[in-house]
Design a protein around this ligand. Structure first.
Ligand SMILES: [Zn+2]
Length: 110
């Protein structure tokens, strides 16, 4: 049995997972990437944008699947680098994150 906290984490992850799936279906069937076009600049063709978004969504799905595994193992919400607990606010925004804020920053800074 999962603890109530773990069950809640699992629900949040599953919800995010469902949203990503919906996005994927939308991207593939209608082919109307919304929002984040601007990140890519105006020259990017629709095909490039779709490929980019699809790739990212698949990646997010993989990360969420891993996070769900961790909930089962009881290691969800623990930073893979320093082993400390990741803050609740951070997990709310980035449910599939593997690192705490300071380790993430360290990694991004190189
Ligand atoms: Zn850390």
């Amino acid at each position: 049995m999962l603890s109530p906290a773990a069950a809640q984490q699992k629900n949040l992850l599953l919800e995010t997972y469902g949203q990503i799936n919906e996005h994927l279906v939308t991207q593939m069937s209608i082919g109307n990437p919304v929002g984040e076009i601007f990140e890519l600049g105006t020259d990017a063709s629709n095909f490039q944008i779709k490929t980019f978004l699809k790739g990212r969504l698949f990646k997010q799905k993989g990360e969420l699947a891993l996070a769900l595994e961790k909930v089962k193992m009881g290691t969800y919400g623990i930073c893979e680098d320093c082993g400390k607990k990741i803050s609740g606010e951070r997990l709310e925004v980035l449910p599939a994150t593997k690192y705490c804020a300071s380790c993430q920053k360290k990694l991004e800074d190189g």
